[in-house]
Design a protein around this ligand. Structure first.
Ligand code: G
Ligand code: G
Ligand code: MN
Ligand code: NA
Length: 257
């Protein structure tokens, strides 16, 4: 396959770029962070969706290099705009996805440490999104890795929450800062009563664990209002903004959001 042959060289050939989706306060619309998302513009095939090339990158074992590319690019981009810290609004956080294989690879924490040092990015602003599947392979080792990352000041978010194996007992073993409710649940909000109860359950779980919640894939006002009514304060989705190109992201950052 052409994409199999081309993927390992795509970043070096300048075909990869990072876009940034704002994460907002659902009530005020204030931007509290951005999720970095990788895009591949293939010279002949055009835009290849990440749902296709991320799993392929895992298979071909080039995901660690790609993940490192995203981390370096995103940290360097955000570092271009001086940090502002007022009590009302600190500089927005930067959320970076970490794939399962990347997380499990020995030396992952060292890579993160080095990227942070090279870009002099404030560790407290970096949030890493990790899926449950990365945590179940070796629970003890995963907990140690998360503890090391948090020791650097990094915050840990569980991505696609609700689609994996989470149980209270399972989650209790990991030091995490937030849960991201998978967009599949948000999509059904307002269409059936079950999804409202599911979201309610996640919010209750988060409250019990004393962690934050971010809702993904909010597309309608109805979904936003339901979430606010349930006590969910933060989210992202097309209702607020699509992922933004780097120039637009920098404009927003320079404007103080
Ligand atoms: O960017 P969306 O818009 O299409 O992303 C589709 C999927 O690809 C999501 O599950 C998202 O988490 C994943 N994805 C996007 N960018 C990255 C990345 O930089 N690293 C990893 N591991 N996954 C990513
Ligand atoms: O798995 P992960 O959560 O990292 O993926 C984020 C993905 O969700 C990206 O592909 C992003 O482009 C996509 N996304 C962001 N907002 C929306 C939305 O409102 N609706 C849908 N369908 N996808 C969204
Ligand atoms: Mn994510
Ligand atoms: Na997700």
């Amino acid at each position: 396959l052409q994409i199999e042959a081309d993927l390992p060289h795509a970043a070096a050939r300048g075909q990869m770029r990072v876009v940034y989706q704002p994460i907002v306060d659902l009530q005020t619309g204030t931007i509290g962070g951005y999720e970095a998302l990788l895009r591949w513009q293939h010279p002949h095939l055009g835009n290849v969706p990440p749902d296709e090339f991320i799993p392929l990158a895992e298979e071909l074992e080039v995901i660690s290099e790609l993940g490192q590319y995203v981390l370096e690019t995103a940290c360097r981009t955000f570092q271009q705009v001086p940090e502002f810290v007022t009590s009302a609004s600190p500089s927005p956080a930067l959320q970076v996805n970490v794939s399962t294989r990347q997380f499990l690879r020995p030396g992952f924490v060292d890579v993160v440490r080095r990227v942070l040092a090279d870009s002099s990015f404030s560790t407290g602003r970096l949030h890493l999104e990790i899926t449950e599947s990365a945590l179940i392979v070796d629970v003890e080792e995963a907990a140690r890795t998360l503890t090391e990352l948090r020791g650097l000041g990094i915050k840990i978010h569980i991505d696609d929450f609700g689609t994996g194996y989470s149980s209270l007992a399972f989650l209790h073993r990991f030091p995490v800062d937030a849960l991201k409710i998978d967009r599949a649940f948000i999509a059904r909000l307002g269409e059936d009563g079950v999804s409202v109860k599911l979201v309610q359950t996640v919010l209750l779980l988060a409250q019990t664990m004393e962690v934050d919640v971010i809702a993904e894939g909010i597309e309608t006002r109805t979904q936003r209002d339901l979430l606010l009514g349930l006590g969910c304060r933060r989210g992202q989705g097309y209702l607020f903004s699509r992922p933004l190109e780097v120039e637009d992201t920098l404009d927003l950052l320079r404007a103080g959001s």
